[in-house]
Design a protein around this ligand. Structure first.
Ligand code: GLU
Length: 495
């Protein structure tokens, strides 16, 4: 076999640096578990000053989803998980899309046959039989066929698959960064198909070839691949290649017994965004689903992406499955929302405010600061601010407040004396409204609450509002304020 081409491929592999890859299949959405894999993979690269690659695993053409790769690019960019090499930006070991690497896999499968690690199998089997792993190598007539004979049948055009030749005896041990050494009896491993009848690789073969040719040093993936790892190890060994560091991550669970699943309605990254969560909060929370900081940072909960990159280490990855707790995510999100600069919060909250408040006369930039400390997610905004658009029907009971010492009677009086004072204002600003209301309370020798509470109630029809009487007056405008006070006066007069 002419090795020139293989030697060229080897020569392209970058050496002497940490190289990790995120290898998503384009499914159209980003699972929380996938996002975590992407994040850990990125963190390992950044922590070591290495390279982070994006590889699209689209060999399963039957499952392709329109626009799915865009979702991957968009999510990665939004999350700040920038890649150094990938389909969109190229790199030294491209192409970075598996469907564009087709020819490579066939050549390596044949090379592996030469090396004794695989064999041509001509047995007629349906694809499902081939996939099932239901294969008895002891009874397979092709496994021990002399290579010349097999090559002659290939040359004659007979259809074939290429199978991995698992040693009949002994055991295989592989090492995982979090699970440690795992040993499996070779008798339990099947001679899996590497190259299918149509010449396309199986996933298990393609990812080993790609990881090697791309110089990947750390393979981070879900623990569902743990059982395939011994077969990958045997492939690396048969080729004479160095085995990368495996980092298998335990699943993210919805409860004690079940994995999170989109099919069961568990949120993907996109869903969480749509539910009003911040990307930074999601990433922070997801980082801690299966990894914990150690040493001085052992108690730290809040991390920026850069801080995570500094702190991240393989030893902190947990073997036990993590349970996704939406309440915990909410807690992170609330902290992030409160910590935002007011302008940044306003900008991020605007789409939600715009949806909640249709009236164009309402200045949403005045509403934003009122809700910043009062929401855990952006979805909490709408129910708090709906009264700006239209005053809800409310009970007079709301006017009665023990601490404020307000009753139905004195609330009515308060509104009646306040209305003309506000109507007389020629300058409708926070300061002028504030001074007018406080001045009135002073003049009447009343506690501020005796004026503020009835006004706030009349303006909102709610027991709890973001902002007090002054803010609500300012935002609603003079005309609407007076109108709502009139309604309050009328409603209290009739009781
Ligand atoms: N394409 C595989 C997946 O999306 C990646 C597995 C791996 O990282 O090796 O599950």
């Amino acid at each position: 076999m002419d090795m020139t081409w293989f030697d060229d491929m080897e020569a392209r592999i970058p050496k002497g640096e940490v190289r990790t890859r995120f290898a998503p299949s384009p499914t159209g959405y980003m699972h929380v578990g996938n996002l975590r894999t992407a994040l850990y993979t990125w963190l390992i690269a950044r922590n070591h000053g290495g390279k982070f690659l994006l590889r699209i695993e689209d060999t399963d053409q039957g499952r392709l989803v329109e626009g799915a790769t865009e979702v991957i690019y968009r999510t990665m960019a939004e999350c700040g998980l920038n890649h150094d090499e990938g389909p969109d930006i190229g790199g030294p070991v491209g192409p970075y899309i598996q469907s564009e690497r087709r020819d490579t896999y066939g050549k390596y499968a044949k090379l592996l046959v030469e090396k004794g690690g695989a064999y041509y199998c001509f047995c007629e089997k349906t694809e499902s039989e081939e996939d099932s792993g239901n294969f008895n190598r002891a009874t397979d007539p092709c496994r021990d066929l002399p290579l010349v004979e097999a090559l002659a049948r290939v040359a004659a055009g007979e259809p074939y698959v290429i199978r991995q030749r698992i040693p009949a005896e002994g055991s295989t041990t592989f090492h995982d960064a979090s699970f440690g050494d795992i040993t499996v009896e070779n008798a339990e491993l099947d001679d899996q198909v590497l190259l299918k009848r149509d010449g396309l690789p199986t996933y298990n073969f393609a990812n080993v070839i790609d990881d090697h040719l791309m110089g990947i040093t750390h393979v981070v993936r879900g623990s569902e691949y743990l059982s395939s790892a011994p077969k990958y190890n045997l492939l690396y060994e048969s080729f004479g290649w160095e085995v990368p560091t495996y980092v298998h991550c335990s699943p993210v669970m919805r409860d004690q017994h079940n994995k999170m699943s989109k099919r069961h309605g568990d949120p993907s990254y996109e869903d969480l965004k749509a539910q009003g969560y911040l990307t930074d909060a999601i990433l922070n929370y997801v980082a801690l689903l299966g990894w914990s900081p150690r040493g001085e940072q052992a108690e730290q909960e809040f991390f920026t992406l850069d801080e995570l990159a500094q702190a991240f280490d393989l030893a902190g990855i947990s073997k036990s499955p993590a349970i996704f707790d939406i309440e915990k995510l909410k807690y992170f999100n609330a902290k992030y929302l409160r910590a935002m600069a007011p302008e940044a919060f306003c900008k991020a909250a605007l789409p939600y405010l715009r949806k909640a408040i249709q009236n164009p006369a309402i200045d949403l930039t005045l509403v934003a600061p009122l809700v910043q400390s009062r929401c855990d997610t952006f979805e909490d905004i709408a129910p708090q601010v709906d009264f700006f658009d239209s005053l809800p029907a409310y009970s007079n009971e709301l006017y009665i407040h023990k601490k404020m010492k307000t009753t139905l009677e004195n609330s009515l009086e308060a509104l009646q004396v306040t209305r003309p004072v506000l109507a007389a204002l020629t300058d409708w600003t926070y300061a002028s409204i504030h001074d007018a209301l406080i001045g009135l309370a002073e003049k009447l020798e009343l506690k501020n609450g005796r004026i503020m509470w009835p006004v706030r109630t009349a303006l909102s029809g709610k027991a709890v509002t973001p902002g007090g009487a002054v803010e609500l007056c300012q935002i609603l405008g003079q005309e609407e304020t007076l109108h709502r006070m009139d309604l309050g006066i009328a409603q209290l007069s009739n009781s």
